[in-house]
Ligand binder design. Structure first.
Ligand SMILES: Cc1cc2nc3c(=O)[nH]c(=O)nc-3n(C[C@H](O)[C@H](O)[C@H](O)COP(=O)(O)OP(=O)(O)OC[C@H]3O[C@@H](n4cnc5c(N)ncnc54)[C@H](O)[C@@H]3O)c2cc1C
Length: 381
């Protein structure tokens, strides 16, 4: 058993760190947050440098690397800035479904758009009445000659309004529940699509999240993604993979908050000494350092298994669950270590804390991850 990254992986990690240090500026991040502006220029530069979709094949603008390399990049990005890092994570969201199930034409068109900086993607699964439970969808696609007619509402859609296309889960057989679901790729400028706000968010303020309505949206038969009525299974497979990205986001965000707290306690003095000398605070640091190490191990292992043709849904859920949980805890404790300054925006940690929280909610809540893990442990009985 080797617990070491190879040279290429270390180089990617260093390159991602260098890129984030050069591009993810604290003042810029605060401005983007305040103005609710997506970091478009940074995303395009990240595309130029090959960081977006680096686990895609070369012919689609990737670098033929694996999930582990993708995790290393996202971790570095989120460590430097929890908001900009998350924006880079979401830019190619749901594209793995196209990679695994798309036709050659779909891959050629959409994956290249995302890796070249031409279009951001969005994955639209959640509906107002169907969140954790996606076994039945109210959004429908009905065949009309050579075309499909899509109607319904998707909510909480990351990148709504700024994306080039939506990867959509809909009901194609109303009677068949999850066995009657299919996926489509729908261009965002298709007539009949409308985007509304879901309201002000706690974190991820530079990334739009919207409610997307589809009213008689007409798409050609070639928009079907994968196999008709197998959409549910395609999405489940996708989540096993995409959860690794969220685990990396959580890990990087936690590490970023922790680093800032460690720096702070070494400098701040109270009662005539550096606060880092107080054993009570040292124990907090020890606890957090251990949590980070565990989250990193499980996330890297889950990614490594996926890259070695042994994808493990249980481990992937464990990585997302654990990294998300400790991200909230570590960011909260880091804020505590900064005292009153932890509550002030300029010190960044409060933003890491706000951004960390989503990793326990999207792409399957903490509770849903536990359901998946328990289901694997217990099996049928
Ligand atoms: C900022 C943000 C971005 C998002 N981006 C996207 C996106 O891009 N695309 C997309 O499709 N969705 C997106 N989502 C939606 C997200 O995936 C859902 O919010 C999430 O899956 C939970 O669904 P829900 O909000 O309907 O909560 P519900 O499913 O109603 O859950 C409410 C509570 O009940 C619990 N619960 C539900 N079922 C069970 C169960 N069986 N066992 C135990 N507990 C259970 C949940 O864990 C939760 O605590 C985003 C959400 C947010 C907030």
């Amino acid at each position: 058993m080797k617990f070491e990254l190879d040279k290429a992986q270390k180089d990617i990690q260093k390159a991602a760190k260098r890129f984030a240090k050069g591009e993810f500026d604290k003042e810029l991040a605060l401005e983007l947050e305040t103005t609710h502006t997506y970091p478009m220029d940074i995303w395009r530069k990240a595309c130029e440098e090959g960081f977006i979709g680096l686990h895609f094949p070369d012919q689609y603008g990737g670098s033929d690397f694996g999930q582990l390399e993708n995790v290393l990049v996202l971790e570095q990005f989120c460590q430097r800035d929890s908001g900009i890092g998350a924006a880079m994570l979401t830019a190619p969201f749901a594209c793995e479904i196209i990679l695994h199930h798309g036709t050659d034409e779909q891959k050629e068109k959409y994956l290249n758009q995302v890796t070249s900086g031409e279009a951001i993607s969005a994955g639209a699964f959640t509906e107002p009445a169907h969140g954790s439970d996606i076994t039945s969808m109210a959004t429908t696609a009905v065949k009309d000659g050579d075309e499909w007619l899509i109607n319904g509402v998707k909510t909480f859609i990351t990148n709504a309004g700024i994306c080039g296309f939506y990867v959509l889960l809909v009901q194609t057989d109303a009677e068949a529940g999850h066995k009657g679901q299919s996926m489509f790729i729908v261009d965002a400028d298709a007539p009949g699509i409308d985007v509304a706000s879901v309201g002000e968010k706690m974190g991820l303020k530079m990334i739009p999240t919207g409610e997307v309505s589809f009213k008689d949206v007409r798409v050609p038969a070639s928009s079907l993604l994968g196999v008709e009525n197998k959409g549910f299974y395609q999405v489940l497979q996708f989540f096993d993979e995409s959860r690794l990205g969220v685990a990396a986001q959580a890990l990087g965000t936690a590490q970023g908050a922790f680093d800032r707290a460690v720096e702070y306690v070494k400098g701040r003095e109270q009662f005539g000494q550096k606060i880092g000398k107080f054993q009570a605070l040292q124990h907090k640091i020890a606890e957090m350092a251990t949590q980070l190490e565990l989250a990193r191990l499980i996330t890297y292992k889950a990614a490594w298994l996926a890259d070695n043709k042994k994808p493990d849904a249980k481990l992937s859920a464990m990585a997302k669950y654990y990294a998300g949980k400790i991200a909230s805890e570590v960011a909260s404790e880091s804020m505590q270590l900064l005292g009153g300054y932890g509550y002030i925006t300029e010190f960044e940690v409060e933003r890491f804390y706000r951004d960390a929280r989503i990793t326990e909610i999207y792409e399957g809540t903490r509770e849903i991850q536990k359901n998946i893990i328990a289901g694997h442990v217990l099996g049928r009985f």
